[in-house]
Design a protein around this ligand. Structure first.
Ligand SMILES: Cc1cc2nc3c(=O)[nH]c(=O)nc-3n(C[C@H](O)[C@H](O)[C@H](O)COP(=O)(O)OP(=O)(O)OC[C@H]3O[C@@H](n4cnc5c(N)ncnc54)[C@H](O)[C@@H]3O)c2cc1C
Length: 447
């Protein structure tokens, strides 16, 4: 039987850009963790904003739900279908306008990867600030929609701080945009902000205007052994005094080990004597290694410049991948006020110690009190682990999602975090813009 919606979508984007073969759909139907799955009615890949608008209109006319998908590296189940939705892939929205060096801004398509954007910016002598391990696959549209963070937030902030314009398609197929990037304008609520962190529930982001930042060519990193998480936190005031400070990562010993084992290399420092490691990265117009070395003082650590720095980053970037290769973890992304981080991790450690076969692997972004809590061997008690970690984070004044988003995974937690009046206000915005509820049903708000 011919699907009339598929036929309508083919009329918009051409036959080749509407995918229906089960073998091809499979990569769009499974998430990066191989944890969230669902069948797609089809995958459609518009190449322009006008095509995107026509695709959304066709789906709305047919009452078909849409899951916007970028690089599909999301970790909370929001980028894959739950059952029968149309997956709208942004991968062909790859516009890359010239960098505007007088405004220090650039306009790019939602489907451009973070790595391609960084390359584009560097070719113009500047840089794009937000960076993390999935840069080769994650897209600008996905990063805006999840308010991605990564390792350089201590210096430049999250995606929210980079976005100065958004173009998006709403549920009725209308195109809204505020792309002039003016640093000063007070003309009503700021439309671009609405899409940051909206996780594909309000519309499809088709293009974004972003800030670019100076490209610091001199870099130096260090891996420093600390007695404990509290000791690592105690380094922060001194580290923050470095004007070249670019990243401060917390790597628990087991995280360093799992990544090095996966890469088949030795650990840069022996892991058994340290309570925690801090990876510090500095970048400047002049060599920052002397400042960094002075700051480390007589602490045990290794300085890394050039290829050795790249190797430290390789280890850092492979932690998530190495954990995934060992098994399916219970994975939680939480943040607490940094002074309470040690307390959070002590409580989590005690819980996991009581789980037979449970293996705790923690790493994260120290300056923001943001840790990724991964527990292998705990799938059978995933609900209990999740309940404990998230409720402890809230009790300590923190959040249940620092950078990965809410997705499907934590939708029923949103009310506990934000309170009923706030969730009601957010639902009202969603309903006003998407009365049929066609965008990403089940994400952010439980169905
Ligand atoms: C190895 C690894 C390391 C990671 N490290 C980090 C990290 O350090 N920091 C961090 O923040 N994240 C990290 N992530 C998570 C992930 O890369 C980010 O959430 C990223 O922003 C997702 O981008 P994406 O293009 O893959 O989006 P997807 O996974 O395709 O989608 C994510 C969400 O955004 C929506 N969406 C995507 N594109 C659009 C669009 N154009 N319009 C509207 N909605 C859209 C989807 O519907 C979904 O809800 C990591 C992931 C992996 C696999």
């Amino acid at each position: 039987m011919t699907d009339s919606l598929v036929a309508a979508l083919r009329a918009v984007v051409g036959d080749a850009q509407v995918l229906t073969d089960a073998d091809v759909l499979v990569t769009y139907e499974n998430d990066w963790l191989n944890k969230y799955h669902g069948t797609a009615r089809c995958v459609v890949r518009p190449g322009t904003v006008e095509e995107t608008a026509a695709v959304v209109r066709a789906c709305a006319d047919a009452g078909a739900a849409i899951v916007p998908q970028g690089g599909n590296t999301g970790l909370v189940g929001g980028s894959v279908p739950r059952g029968g939705e149309v997956v709208l892939s942004t991968k062909r929205l790859t516009r890359l306008d010239p960098v505007d060096l007088s405004a220090m801004q650039v306009t790019v398509g939602a489907g451009v990867t973070i790595e391609a954007l960084q390359r584009h910016a560097r070719a113009a002598g500047v840089d794009f600030a937000v960076d993390w391990g999935a840069r080769a696959t994650a897209t600008v549209g996905g990063a805006v929609s999840t308010n991605a963070g990564g390792s350089r937030v201590v210096r430049f902030g999250t995606m929210r701080a980079q976005v100065v314009g958004v173009q998006a398609v709403l549920a009725d197929g209308s195109i809204v945009e505020q792309m002039h990037g003016l640093p000063k304008e007070t003309a009503g609520p700021y439309l671009p902000a609405m899409f940051v962190g909206s996780e594909g529930t309000l519309g499809v982001v088709t293009a974004v205007r972003l800030k670019v930042v100076p490209w610091y060519r001199h870099t130096a990193a260090a891996l420093v052994a600390c007695e404990s998480v509290a000791d690592a936190v105690a380094m922060l005031p001194t580290l923050r005094s470095l004007s070249s400070l670019d990243a401060v990562e917390l790597l628990m010993p087991e995280a360093v080990k799992v990544a090095c084992d996966h890469l088949g290399i030795g650990t840069p420092l022996p892991v058994d004597f340290a309570g925690a490691f801090v990876m510090v990265d500095c970048a400047a117009n002049d060599d920052p290694s002397q400042d960094l070395a002075r700051l480390i003082g007589d602490r045990r650590g290794v300085m890394a410049i050039g290829p050795q720095r790249d190797q430290l980053y390789r280890i850092r970037d492979h932690i998530t991948i190495a954990i995934g290769a060992k098994g399916t973890p219970v994975k939680l992304d939480v943040a607490v006020p940094v002074q309470r981080l040690a307390e959070l991790l002590d409580e989590v450690h005690d819980l996991i110690a009581g789980i037979d076969g449970g293996e705790l692997i923690v790493f994260g972004h120290l300056a923001e009190g943001n840790v990724h809590v991964n527990v292998l061997g705990a799938i059978d008690c995933a609900a209990e682990v999740t309940e404990f970690v998230l409720s402890t984070a809230i009790a300590l004044g923190g959040t249940i999602s620092a950078e990965h988003g809410i997705g499907i995974a934590k939708a029923h937690w949103l009310g506990r975090l934000k309170g009923d009046p706030t969730v009601a206000a957010l639902r009202a915005v969603k309903h006003a813009l998407d009365p049929q509820g066609i965008f990403n049903p089940g994400v952010l708000f439980p169905e």
